[in-house]
Design a protein around this ligand. Structure first.
Ligand code: SF4
Length: 291
């Protein structure tokens, strides 16, 4: 069996940036270090950080002055930011610079006339943070139907959650064109997300089965799964190699692996080893390619 790993699998720039800041912070402050929400969406990484003494917190009550609080890569709303400042904690901002850029765009738009539509998952922390910058003028749309149900407006701007699928964003934009006299479109899908989505779609066309590896709560990994699944029914979503079961590999000549932006590279390597081990007896000519 041949194993092919998708181009650019694993940690993206924003996740590496957040984890480097977190590491430096834990070396500098040693104790009472918290992250406001999960720094990234990967249970393995969050578990490791907890063992290193960095606890996830979502309530101000758990904090006291002098504590160190790391703001997650997905960012927070200005209201949360100010509340943390008032608490007199040491703030370390690990918001991904690309998400920060989207926050700034929304803040500028909030001072101009017109509604701000953000295409994304309303429960995702990035969206909750972005909405805060819209100062009451923001509306979250999750799909084309919701966009079609919006009333006609003279002015609107539309942006995407950084990990949004391009096809869905395009559909929403097309629906809003019919509902808006002056529509401004900001394609805020992060390029790292786009490259991963393209590489996964390409790989899905070349392999017999594809394993998407990453946190089940990770938005970008879920998108990779949906993209691959549409092209290749034998797409499986696993969080770690422990979840591989024999039927995932049965009758497969070429297997593809793709990891989300928050998937540690070592988990991808462990998955390669796990597949190698499980096929060793049957396939002496197994190969690993990095697409
Ligand atoms: S996927 Fe893009 S926006 Fe999200 S953390 Fe990574 S680099 Fe930042």
């Amino acid at each position: 069996m041949e194993i092919v790993v998708a181009r650019n699998s694993g940690f993206c720039y924003g996740v590496r940036h957040a984890l480097q800041l977190t590491r430096k912070t834990s070396q500098r402050y040693k104790r009472r270090i918290f992250s406001w929400g999960e720094i990234i969406h990967n249970p393995e990484v969050i578990g490791q950080l907890a063992r290193d003494g960095i606890q996830v917190v979502t309530s101000l009550k758990a904090l006291r002055a002098g504590d160190t609080v790391i703001i997650r890569s997905h960012g927070v709303s200005p209201v949360v930011y100010q509340a943390l400042k008032r608490k007199k904690v040491k703030l370390v901002d690990a918001t991904c610079p690309i998400v920060k850029g989207i926050q700034q765009t929304i803040e500028k738009l909030s001072r101009q006339p017109g509604e701000i539509v953000i295409v994304g998952n309303k429960n995702h922390p990035e969206i909750q943070g972005l909405l805060g910058y819209a100062r009451g003028k923001g509306k979250v749309v999750e799909n084309e139907e919701q966009a079609r149900a919006l009333p006609f407006r003279k002015k609107r701007a539309v942006l995407a959650q950084s990990t949004q699928e391009r096809e869905l964003f395009n559909q929403v934009v097309a629906a809003l064109v019919e509902k808006t006299a002056e529509l401004r479109v900001y394609n805020t899908i992060c390029r790292f997300t786009r490259v991963r989505q393209e590489a996964t779609a390409e790989l899905a066309g070349k392999v017999d089965a594809l394993l998407i590896i990453g946190g089940k709560n990770s938005s970008n990994t879920n998108k990779l799964y949906q993209i691959s699944r549409r092209l290749l029914p034998r797409t499986y979503f696993i969080q770690s190699p422990k979840e591989i079961i024999p039927e995932m590999l049965q009758g497969v000549r070429i297997i593809g692996l793709s990891g989300g932006a928050s998937t540690p590279p070592e988990v991808i390597r462990q998955t390669v080893w796990a597949i190698r081990n499980s096929i060793k007896q049957n396939s002496p000519q197994e190969r690993v390619d990095y697409d």
